[in-house]
Each structure stands twice: as structure tokens, then as C-alpha cells.
Ligand binder design. Structure first.
Ligand code: SF4
Length: 220
């Protein structure tokens, strides 16, 4: 199988449907293409506004969420709180119905993932996060109006830290933590809006909303 070193690092923001860089994720993808031929089962592209001032970096597609529907945060539990919060802050319009063909449209906002393919158990390996960072960096480079980057969860935050050329040792993850990159963009950390975090009270609705309130302040 083709390994990362065999591929020239061509900068581009979207992965090909059969991106071969992460063998473990490719195996799972191929297995699911046989089991669930009607699902997306491919790298999940960015979703949102090409003129975005706000980029949100999630972790990776959920099995029955983005991996099924092909749109970030769409089709599983986390999408409910995610899109309702964006709608409350006028960062999304339309009615979220959990399918990629609903009429949700993001306003000034784009959603990216640290890892574009479904990882087993929602846990990508460090090498997989590193492989996919090329796409994250390319996406951010193609979004010159982005001023604020909200990273959901520690893994996404770590990858966004590196994508922004910040020193990881100097950028600790904590809900609400902020850090300015050399290019003036602000990285804002949030707990991920997963069921695990919301059911345990680690992330409340108010805590999640406070991130987007702050993001809007930082835009000024
Ligand atoms: S996770 Fe990213 S780098 Fe790895 S196979 Fe998928 S698209 Fe390619």
C-alpha cells in the first residue's frame, strides 16, 4: 500500500475520495463501502462559506454522522447542539434535519476537520492527524478572511496549533483558552460538543455558547 512518504506533498484543501495516506482508515473505509454502500464512506470535505471569518475545526467524522451523510456534524447527536448553537449566533441559517440535503447554510463560517476520514472508535492516531494536517493547512491558506479558529477538543486543537505554526508546548488546551498566531489569527479552544461531554456536564449549552459569543467579539 502507498505510504505517506511515497506521495509528494501537493497542497490542496480537499482530499481525493480514495486518499491513501492512512492505511488503517482506508481499511475501515473500504469495509464500510461494502457493508453500507449508500453511505458517504470517504474523506469529508469542508462545509460552509468560502468568505468565512470563522473556521471551526472538529475532530473527525462520526460513523453514522458525517461518514454516513458526507457533511460535518450532520446525522448524529453532536450535530443537534452544533447547528442549533450556530443558528442562535446567526452563523447558520435554515433548518437542520440531520441530512446533507437539508437547507442549512453557514454564514461567515466554515467547518473543517482535523481528520477527514472515520477513525475506529473516534480515536485517530497521531500519525493520521499529522497526515491530514496538510489538508487543514491548505484549507486555512485558502481562507484569507478567517480571523478566528475555534478548535473542538484537544486533538483538533493540537492540530490547529501546528497548522497555525504555534509552538504546541506554549499552547495549552482549556475550554475558552485563546492564542494569537503570528499572522494575527486567534485560536480559541472549546470542549467538543460530543454526547460524552454534554451528557456528563463537562460541556454545557452555556459553555458552548460562550465560545461563539467570544468568537464574535474577537472578530472586531
Ligand atoms: S484522514 Fe486525511 S490524510 Fe488520512 S486517508 Fe483520510 S483524507 Fe487522507
Amino acid at each position: 500500500m502507498l505510504q505517506p512518504a511515497d506521495l509528494s506533498p501537493i497542497p490542496r484543501s480537499e482530499a481525493p475520495r480514495d486518499c491513501p495516506l492512512c492505511p488503517r482508515l482506508v481499511s475501515l473505509r473500504e469495509e464500510l463501502r461494502c457493508e453500507q454502500p449508500n453511505w458517504w464512506n470517504a474523506p469529508v470535505p469542508a462545509f460552509g462559506d468560502a468568505d468565512a471569518w470563522l473556521a471551526i475545526v472538529g475532530l473527525a467524522p462520526g460513523r453514522r454522522g458525517a461518514n454516513r451523510t458526507g457533511r460535518p456534524f450532520t446525522g448524529d447527536y453532536s450535530g443537534e447542539i452544533f447547528y442549533s448553537t450556530l443558528t442562535k449566533f446567526k452563523l447558520a441559517q435554515g433548518t437542520y434535519r440531520g441530512e446533507a440535503d437539508d437547507d442549512v447554510r453557514l454564514v461567515g463560517t466554515i467547518v473543517l476537520n482535523a481528520v477527514k476520514c472515520l477513525p475506529p472508535g473516534n480515536r485517530p492516531l497521531p500519525g493520521e492527524v499529522a497526515n491530514c494536517r496538510n489538508y487543514l493547512e491548505s484549507s486555512l491558506a485558502l481562507l484569507p478572511k478567517v480571523r478566528v479558529i475555534v478548535a473542538l477538543g484537544q486533538i483538533a486543537h493540537g492540530s490547529a496549533t501546528r497548522a497555525l505554526k504555534l509552538m504546541p508546548a506554549n499552547v495549552k488546551f482549556a475550554h475558552g483558552a485563546e492564542r494569537a498566531a503570528a499572522d494575527g489569527r486567534i485560536l480559541l479552544a472549546s470542549y467538543h460538543c460530543s454526547r460524552q461531554n454534554t451528557n456528563t456536564g463537562r460541556l454545557t449549552k452555556e459553555m458552548f455558547e460562550s465560545i461563539f459569543e467570544r468568537a464574535k467579539e474577537l472578530r472586531q
